[in-house]
Design a protein. Structure first.
Length: 139
């Protein structure tokens, strides 16, 4: 007996053999590749943690660029309001400029003179700027 070789003439092979040996068409490859891509589940939980790294990085950047400076401005504004004294020139959030005439420590209001003889009560939170600081009142 000798070595058996497949027939070199494609006409001599059967149709099933030709279909098995035929290369896949482009359409077949489009449908098969998603099926193979879904085959294996993810190994380990580290991939999931790595997906959250960009979100954590964005939050940290926002914290240092937006949130933290805003907190500092709020603290500085509260400190400025707490230290308002009689004789200070203040600017309200409405743009009215006046001189502080009365400050009550336990009250949320201060009295501001906006013109000669015209005094108004202003909420402390509505003071946006203290222009000139006066010396502390000596009793």
């Amino acid at each position: 007996m000798g070595i058996v070789r497949p027939a070199s003439n494609p006409d001599r092979r059967g149709w099933a053999v030709q279909a098995r040996l035929a290369p896949l068409s482009m359409e077949s490859r489009l449908f098969i590749s998603p099926a193979f891509a879904q085959g294996a589940p993810a190994a380990g939980g580290t991939d999931m943690i790595l997906q959250f790294v960009p979100f954590i990085l964005i939050f940290v950047i926002m914290w240092f660029l937006i949130i933290r400076p805003q907190q500092r401005r709020v603290r500085a504004h509260q400190e400025m309001i707490k230290n308002v004294r009689r004789g200070d020139t203040v600017v309200t959030s409405g743009g009215i400029i006046g001189k502080v005439t009365k400050v009550l420590e336990d009250s949320a209001d201060i009295e501001v003179e906006i013109a000669e003889g015209v005094k108004v009560k202003v909420a402390r939170a509505m003071i946006s700027e203290v222009r000139t600081k006066s010396e502390p009142v000596k009793v």
